[in-house]
Design a protein around this ligand. Structure first.
Ligand SMILES: Cc1cc2nc3c(=O)[nH]c(=O)nc-3n(C[C@H](O)[C@H](O)[C@H](O)COP(=O)(O)O)c2cc1C
Length: 186
């Protein structure tokens, strides 16, 4: 089966995480199936200056309005989906199974097919609704991985922090990488 990963990019801060994830996956010959919310694309350009035309080769963009996309069907095989960064809005949609756009639909498909759904929420602080939505999604099978990089690999640059989050996401799929120095005990 083709190495195929769905990446959902939403309007939370931290779209640079998604860029790094896409760069690493495509460098490892993964096919990235990207869905961006409209705000996600705007925040990406605002925060990074990067537009869709500059995405790495190997990234296939699916329009969020296109519910005829392959990603809307469980019969289209993928290795799973990462929603990164995940806004509280999209978190709520996924937790309730609502949302008439492709990103939310692809997440529901991923869950119903029992494929890994990794959600990287970004907000601070969380309110009770956010926390309940995360619990609901976790109970439905998703893995909640807040954008909370560790510091035990002694980061020197911002990219080291980004790599830690992205590397831990890749770990969820058993994808080999050397994005950070692993803790191996003292
Ligand atoms: C610059 C910027 C940063 C934002 N950061 C966050 C954030 O970190 N977390 C969040 O939940 N929403 C954040 N928002 C608000 C979301 O973009 C907004 O709730 C939007 O409706 C999300 O839509 P989406 O889920 O379709 O992407 C931010 C908005 C802007 C413009």
């Amino acid at each position: 089966m083709t190495k195929r990963m769905i990446v959902g990019l939403t309007g939370a801060s931290g779209s640079t995480y998604a860029l790094t994830l896409m760069r690493v996956l495509t460098a490892l010959d993964w096919q990235v199936e990207l869905v961006m919310s409209p705000t996600g694309e705007k925040v990406l350009t605002y925060e990074t200056g990067i537009e869709r035309a500059a995405f790495p080769e190997g990234v296939q963009i699916h329009e969020n309005t296109n519910l005829f996309s392959a990603l809307a069907s469980g019969s289209y095989r993928t290795h799973g989906m990462v929603v990164i960064p995940c806004s509280m809005n999209t978190l709520g949609l996924m937790a309730t199974g609502t949302g008439d756009h492709l990103l939310a639909r692809a997440a529901q498909v991923t869950l119903k097919e029992r494929r890994p759904l990794v959600v990287v929420p970004r907000e601070m602080p969380y309110n009770i609704i956010h926390l309940e939505n995360m619990l609901r999604l976790a109970r439905a099978g998703a893995t909640i991985m807040p954008a909370s990089p560790g510091f035990y690999h002694r980061p020197q640059e911002i990219q080291d922090l980004i790599n830690h989050v992205v590397g831990r996401v890749l770990d969820q799929f058993g994808i080999e990488h050397a994005l950070f120095q692993r803790w191996s005990g003292l």
